[in-house]
Design a protein around this ligand. Structure first.
Ligand SMILES: Cc1ncc(COP(=O)(O)O)c(C=O)c1O
Length: 449
């Protein structure tokens, strides 16, 4: 899938960070917001396929994909070509005021990915948080209700509306004052830490009971609730999949009370789990879907897609200057061609291959508490003690740093998990490298306990 002349595996030339990287890091510290939470000193210069090269010529295997954004890898020639062609023809025209044929073209293709007979409509934005903001507004508009329910551990964005839903780390909310009123959170079905001892398939019935018997009776009457918002696989929260039955029951509850079911597929969508959308594994039909990240291989684009009967708002009720920019859409169309043309199937195949090789990690490595996920959305939870499940942030951070120094890029997720989210084009040799590297890192980390 990547040309033979390009590196497929890491190539480290020096101790990290190298001299050019050090210079950029110092420069950055002078001018850039200190709010970023960079985990290790990668200073990227260029990329191809699943490889990122830094400013000193070191090559890394990228199993982070720019937070699951570079679905088709870095600078795929077809994506680059589509961007260049469109940039030479028309860079911007605002969809709020005028038409551009690319917009309905991408909208039609996105709608076609969603199972279900009901026609759907699309609104384009620039980022995940904007898609969530729009979905909140639409749900409120469509239901004439204002209350919202989200889940502990969820991440839906950092602007003030989506931040009101986000309940991942308190640093993301601290000192930002009052958020949206009428938002409540309930636990997410987190099987590894299930208080009731359930499995991956059965965890969550007590949460549904809490929702119906406590929340609906004591806090919000269901007819006041505009939407329940869920990531079918929590991303930032630790790559934790919700069981299929849980999503199905949630759908039934929403249908019963006229509540919008909003699925946030910003991280889990666009073929990463082997299907276009991770909710498809549960066979449900959400009212509104949010997508971003992998949709345009790195160009800033997001969308929310809603049933036609839901997206009935009037002229002027929502708009955007840049959303659905022609260059981003050209990139998204090329991205969808590639995902459809084999990368989604590859994500399923490589996901199965990787799970087949790492499923027994909790038996082989005492720092690994849990391995979970779907397709190429794989979470590894790091613990100090498998019996007590004591979370270990230090060991998790140590594993990620050691991996970087061996040429493998990973990111953290949740309090103590590692997210494995490579581009969808990886091959077996690259998967084997990542598995071996992680195993070496676990062995080294284990020596410290
Ligand atoms: C599930 C989910 N929703 C929303 C967002 C926010 O996306 P953005 O950072 O593009 O605003 C993220 C980002 O990580 C996400 O993972």
């Amino acid at each position: 899938m990547i040309t033979a002349t390009e590196t497929k595996l890491p190539r480290l030339l020096m101790e990290l960070p190298g001299p050019q990287a050090k210079k950029v890091i110092e420069y950055d510290a002078k001018f850039m917001s200190p709010s970023f939470s960079r985990e290790y000193p990668l200073v990227a210069k260029k990329g191809h396929g699943a490889i990122v090269e830094d400013v000193d010529g070191n090559a890394f295997l990228d199993f982070a994909a720019g937070i699951a954004v570079c679905s088709t890898g870095h600078c795929h020639p077809k994506v680059v070509e589509a961007i260049q062609r469109q940039a030479a023809e028309l860079i911007h025209i605002s969809g709020t005021d005028f038409y551009h044929h690319h917009m309905p073209q991408l909208a039609e293709r996105l709608v076609a990915t969603m199972p279900g007979k009901e026609p759907k409509k699309v609104f384009f934005g620039n980022s995940g948080t904007e898609a969530v903001e729009g979905a909140i507004k639409l749900a409120r508009y469509a239901t004439k209700r204002d209350k919202l329910i989200a889940f502990y551990g969820c991440f839906h964005g950092r602007t003030l509306g989506s931040l009101s839903l986000t309940a991942s780390k308190n640093t993301q909310r601290k000192h930002f004052g009052a958020l949206l009123g009428g938002v409540e959170h309930i636990p997410f079905p987190y099987a590894y830490r299930c208080a009731h001892g359930h499995t991956n398939e059965t965890c969550g019935s007590e949460i549904l009971e809490l929702l119906e018997q406590q929340m609906f009776k004591r806090l919000f009457a269901p007819e006041e609730i505009a939407a329940i918002v869920i990531e079918p696989i929590q991303g930032e929260g630790g790559f934790v999949p919700a069981p299929a039955f849980f999503l199905q029951e949630l759908q039934r509850i929403c249908n019963r009370h006229g509540i919008m079911l909003i699925v946030d597929e910003v991280q889990s969508g666009m073929g990463r789990t082997g299907k276009w959308w991770s909710y498809e594994h549960a066979g449900i039909e959400p009212d509104i879907l949010c997508t971003a990240k992998g949709i345009a291989s790195g160009m800033p684009l997001s969308a929310f897609i809603a049933k036609e009967s839901v997206m009935t708002w009037k002229k002027g009720s929502h708009g955007t200057t840049y959303g659905g920019n022609p260059v981003c859409i050209a990139s998204a169309l090329a991205t969808m061609d590639l995902i459809e043309g084999g990368y989604m199937e590859n994500a399923r195949k490589m996901g199965d291959y990787i799970f087949g090789r790492i499923n027994d990690w909790p038996n082989r490595f005492k720092v690994v508490g849990d391995v979970r996920g779907k397709g190429l959305m794989i979470g590894i939870e790091i613990v100090r003690d498998q019996k007590t499940k004591e979370k270990s942030v230090d060991l998790r951070d140590a594993v990620i740093n050691k991996a970087f120094n061996k040429g493998l890029l990973l990111l953290s997720a949740g309090e103590n998990s590692i997210r494995v989210s490579p581009p969808l084009l990886i091959d077996q040799e690259q998967a084997d490298f990542a598995i071996k590297t992680l195993e070496d890192c676990f062995r080294e980390a284990e020596k410290s306990i």
